[in-house]
Design a protein around this ligand. Structure first.
Ligand SMILES: Nc1ncnc2c1ncn2[C@@H]1O[C@H](COP(=O)(O)OP(=O)(O)O)[C@@H](O)[C@H]1O
Ligand SMILES: [Mg+2]
Length: 248
């Protein structure tokens, strides 16, 4: 079992779309997958999936239900632990309570092959803790300098927090491979120079108008456009995840 945190510095780089599509691709490969909404303030996995969960993580944190009771089985073949947008429940959590939640989550993760956590953008304390606690971190960026700078900030804090390394970088919304390898190389150079370690290139996902269409229809990309460019690319990321073991 491995727990992967999916994070980014800048928002809107495609974390949620990527988390859903990766979960779906892994489930199609017969892995038992749990997808967790770990976005602190702006949870929206349920929105992208077109669900209106009756119970979510905020009910767990308020002590109304136990963690397993918040889990929903999605028709795409993975389980989902939804969050509640705007509840602030995870953001305002006392550190001790967060540790209890992580302990419960670790126990729950034992029943799965892969756990993916869609983290919020940015560097909130709880997000950093989630990333450092996970077995692996995937940082999503696009080729824009602002997104790249913010991705570096996340990697820097992750290294300082003693998180799993090498962290992976997924370069999203690129026109071609060249743009992605250049983006990764820039990030890797900064990390090597200032952090004395290098993140690996965990995936390249091309810009594809089918992504926006799937989100607008609140349907998983692999359901609505299973063979589009972005779907092919994310399927390749899933394949690589299963062949590249995360260092414990
Ligand atoms: N590969 C891609 N090609 C085209 N558009 C994309 C791609 N990835 C993400 N997007 C667009 O970026 C926006 C943000 O995606 P989202 O998954 O909500 O990001 P985040 O969770 O990082 O905030 C979406 O509206 C989506 O249409
Ligand atoms: Mg998101």
């Amino acid at each position: 079992m491995s727990i992967h945190a999916i994070a980014s510095g800048k928002g809107g780089v495609g974390k949620t779309m990527l988390a859903i599509t990766l979960a779906h691709a892994l489930a199609r490969r017969r892995r038992r997958v749990l997808l967790v909404d770990g976005d602190l303030g702006l949870a929206n996995l349920d929105i992208q999936l077109g669900l209106a969960p009756a119970r979510d993580l905020s009910d767990v944190l308020a002590g109304r239900i136990a963690l397993p009771a918040a889990i929903i089985a999605h028709a795409a073949g993975f389980d989902l632990l939804p969050g509640r947008s705007g509840s602030g429940a995870l953001a305002g959590l006392a550190p001790g309570r967060l540790e209890m939640l992580l302990e419960d989550l670790r126990a729950l993760a034992g029943g799965y092959d892969e756990v993916l956590i869609d983290c919020g953008a940015g560097l909130a304390a709880a997000t950093r803790r989630l990333a450092a606690w996970a077995d692996g971190l995937l940082v999503v960026t696009n080729g824009e300098p602002t997104s790249l700078t913010d991705a570096y900030a996340v990697l820097k804090l992750h290294a300082g927090d003693g998180g799993a390394w090498p962290a992976g970088v997924i370069v999203n919304q690129v026109i071609g491979r060249r743009e992605a390898t250049r983006t990764h190389a820039t990030l890797a150079r900064a990390c090597r120079g200032f952090l004395q370690r290098t993140p690996r290139l965990a995936g390249i996902v091309r810009a594809d108008p089918h992504v926006a269409d799937a989100i607008r229809h609140q349907t998983p990309l692999l359901t609505r456009h299973p063979t589009c460019l972005a779907a092919q690319d994310i399927d390749a990321v899933a394949e690589q995840m299963l062949t590249t073991a995360i260092p414990a």
